[in-house]
Design a protein around this ligand. Structure first.
Ligand code: ZN
Length: 370
């Protein structure tokens, strides 16, 4: 049922359309015209108020032909900076970029697969549950489209996002909680040449903390990092303030709490030692999820993968995706591999067989094949 040439053609058209984060309007126009030709009515929400982009998320509601709860299907339309005009070439069973640019299979592959499957559903009048297709914006710059998407458990019972690398059949059933943290270390400024004894150097204070901050893989399910240090104003001024910027991720929320408690303790110790402020703040970037292997969602995806001849492989990831937010909005959502490979690099590619077979898996998921 999946028409390979048509799917490939849609994919090649899509990767040629520029659509870096916050500049997705041309991609949205192209997709909206395709869905409109299929007799559907694409609608846009208002997330661009939050993203400052030129486009909002696109929503397509497709009535079901069977009495079942609605399914959410999603992919994102933005790409990371391409490096130039994308010219796709098909060679040796792969699509690659002919020039020094990314290909943009992340996530145009997912978009093309969704379009092809919706076409197949319409032209074959297949029996399927109601569908809510959400094509998000600004995924690559912090999942902003999904974060501010007003969607809830009333709109869909479970969801599938097509947006990860890896072999066919990979199902991301688990993704971490992700918190950003900041330590602000105060000192006291003074002229470094005239009155250094009047100053207290925030950089020195900061250095006594750095070695004690746990980073790297802290346990099997927890990672932490110091990403940046900013502060000081000039070579001739004793540094008055330094900020250490970092993150912590864990699939177990309690581990992020333990990390924060440990960090607060370090900051309190420094504050008491010098009698100068050292403040610790955190910000939740996104919540994690762990779907039960026996859940309806994971079972339905696994069945679809098996029906297409691949072994379902449950994977835990260290990164976030739109699925984190859809799950947080009340729609349990997982991610599957959609064939893209070496994403965000000029070596990005997708195997034609994976491009096609992901569409088959998506169709099997919607039809509830076993
Ligand atoms: Zn992506």
């Amino acid at each position: 049922m999946i028409q390979r040439d048509r799917l490939l053609n849609t994919f090649l058209e899509l990767v040629k359309i520029p659509g870096e984060s916050r500049h997705e309007a041309a991609v949205a126009d192209y997709l909206a015209s395709l869905f409109t030709q299929l007799g559907l009515s694409p609608e846009f929400d208002t997330v661009q108020e939050y993203t400052s982009g030129n486009c909002s998320n696109m929503h397509i509601t497709i009535p079901g032909t069977v009495e079942e709860p609605p399914l959410l299907i999603s992919a994102h339309m933005d790409t990371v900076p391409t490096g130039g005009e994308v010219v796709p070439i098909v060679e040796e069973g792969y699509v690659r970029s002919a020039k020094d640019t990314i290909l943009g299979a992340d996530d145009r592959a997912g978009l093309a697969q969704i379009v092809e499957v919706v076409r197949v559903l319409r032209e074959h009048s297949l029996s399927h549950p109601p569908l809510r297709v959400v094509i998000t914006v600004a995924e690559e710059i912090g999942l902003l489209g999904a974060r501010y998407c007003s969607i809830s458990e009333k709109d869909a019972h479970m969801g599938l996002v097509l947006d990860t690398t890896g072999p066919m059949g990979k199902i991301v059933y688990q993704a971490p909680f992700h918190d950003a943290w900041r330590i602000s270390v105060r000192g006291k400024s003074a002229h470094a040449g005239i009155a250094p004894e009047d100053g207290i150097n925030a950089i020195h204070r900061c250095s006594s903390l750095l070695e004690r901050i746990p980073t790297g893989r802290l346990s099997q399910d927890t990672t932490a990092n110091i990403g940046r240090i900013t502060g000081g104003t000039a070579d001739n001024i004793v540094a008055e303030e330094v900020t250490i910027h970092g993150e912590v991720r864990s699939t177990a929320e309690t581990n992020t709490e333990t990390f924060h408690a440990q960090m607060r303790l370090l900051c309190n110790e420094l504050e008491q030692r010098d009698n100068l402020p050292c403040t610790y703040t955190t910000h939740r970037e996104y919540s994690g999820y762990t779907h039960d292997r026996a859940s309806e969602l994971i079972q339905r995806i696994s069945n679809a993968v098996s029906a297409c001849g691949y072994p379902p492989t449950l994977a835990s990831t260290g990164g976030g995706s739109d699925a984190n937010y859809f799950t947080a909005h009340g729609i349990p959502t997982a991610v599957i591999s959609c064939g893209m490979n070496k994403v965000h690099t000029y070596d990005e590619e997708i195997a034609l067989s994976d491009l096609y077979d992901t569409a088959k898996i998506l169709l099997a998921f919607i039809l509830g094949e076993k």
